[in-house]
Design a protein around this ligand. Sequence first.
Ligand SMILES: [Zn+2]
Length: 256
Amino acid sequence: MPQLLSSFRQNMPNEQNKRNSYLSCAKFHAIRCDMPRNEAKRGYGMALGELIWTGRAWPAAEIVGRTGDDFSFKTSGKGRPLELVGPAAWWRNFSEIDLDDPDAVIGFVRRHGDPFGTLSPTTQADSSQWLAVAVVLKLAASGWTRNRVGPSVATRPHGVMQALVASPIFRDGVDYVPHVDGGSDQLSLRIVAKSLAAFMVTSAILHLQSYVDMALCQHCGDWFVERRRGTQFCSASCRAASSTSSKKGRRNNGIR
Ligand SMILES: [Zn+2]
């Protein structure tokens, strides 16, 4: 874990953090390794690799009941297999879900999956632990300006990163798997999320670290990383779907 934290710090574009990471490398060097001091100062040469989650969305999921504040849900079918590589900005959608709204809860399961991976055609799941995830993600979302039209700009208030990295959903929710890239022969540590909840919290951490700006897709309503100012859609398919529906709307109104 110290290697990981120092790796996080090394990537922060802040001089103080750079100094801290050198110091912690040097400390680490003195205790554990026989790497020459100048090499230890450069770090271990092991980058954090891709964040990965493999799971399923459940388009056929349905709410079956409510106990107190929590909804139970079931599903049929095989679900839609997903392999997500790299952080996804729709963790912010989860931070905004109204947990009292059954349509919002089941809508998330249908579109992205069950955060804790319990749901299957033979096992029901519930939303009893969703609030704990939403609280962490709301804290993460405080690192961006709140506008829903146009760019939501990264601000990264002090302390948010530390709180997120301390969260058990992140700490206990990911495995670090050594990976050698076939092309470059470089070693990295892939971050393999054990649940969708851990994938979302780790996505938030990586987005916070990289200071990316975000925007809300004007077609599907998912948050996405705004790579070019003024981008309105999260994907080419949302752009195409939006242009098809606006053409249809114009035709229905007698406009060509
Ligand atoms: Zn979209």
